[in-house]
Design a protein around this ligand. Structure first.
Ligand SMILES: *Cc1c(COP(=O)(O)O)cnc(C)c1O
Length: 219
């Protein structure tokens, strides 16, 4: 599918949900895609991209940033504290704030640098053992702690379990965001972004539907 088709489907979903045109940001997830495919999307004028590993992002994006202006790079994968500095130097947003130690490290870096990427708290809505994210029951307290540390929390992020109805997880994430006064919702991928938009997504993370199948698996 082309970038234009995805953008058209987003517009249709915005309209169907009674949302303002342009209220949903499309993050083109470029992890493990060949550089030619990424460059083709950049050449079409798209600037917002997502990567799930700092190392891979650091290898790929500084070069593109020299070639193309105004790139808006989002880290959407798990972040180890020892990679946090590299992540805040490279990325405009981090969607995987998921534990106190990482929050404290980001707060220290924000103090030191006088600036901080936009942050999303990742919630493990499916309470899956192997998945990152704060548990729903711990989310309110964790968000409050982040706000106390002056972290710029824009909203919440989730990755629903593959076997479950995604809409239930999107609705839960929206509910947790709403009761914490947060407006950003990073949810929805290639297979379910329209459903996510219907439930209030502000950032959809779409990879394979734009770029084609990933050449090698990431996880
Ligand atoms: C890979 C990835 C995506 C994109 O997945 P697609 O199914 O290819 O759209 C979205 N979010 C996260 C966190 C990812 O790791």
């Amino acid at each position: 599918m082309s970038l234009q088709e995805i953008q058209a489907r987003i517009s249709t979903a915005e309209k169907a949900a009674g949302r303002d045109a342009g209220s949903v940001h499309l993050i083109a997830v470029s992890k493990v895609q060949p550089n030619e495919r990424v460059e083709a999307v950049l050449t079409q004028g798209h600037r917002c991209f997502g990567e799930n590993r700092v190392q891979e992002a650091a290898g790929k994006w500084p070069g593109f940033m020299e070639q193309f202006s105004d790139i808006d790079l989002h880290l959407i994968g798990p972040l180890q504290t020892n990679k946090a500095r590299q992540a805040v130097e490279l990325c405009n947003a981090i969607h995987s704030v998921d534990r106190p130690k990482l929050a404290a490290t980001l707060a220290r870096l924000a103090q030191e640098r006088g600036t901080c990427p936009d942050l999303f708290v990742q919630v493990n809505t499916g309470e899956e053992e192997q998945k990152a994210g704060i548990l729903p029951a711990d989310a309110d307290a964790f968000i409050a702690d982040c706000v106390k540390m002056d972290l710029p929390i824009q909203g919440l992020m989730c990755i629903p379990p593959v076997e479950e109805e995604a809409a239930l997880h999107f609705a839960l994430l929206a509910k947790i965001a709403s009761r914490n006064g947060l407006t950003g919702l990073s949810m929805g991928m290639s297979s379910d972004f329209e459903k996510a938009i219907a439930l209030g997504a502000t950032h959809v993370r779409v990879g394979s539907a734009i770029f084609g199948d990933r050449v090698k698996p990431t996880e």
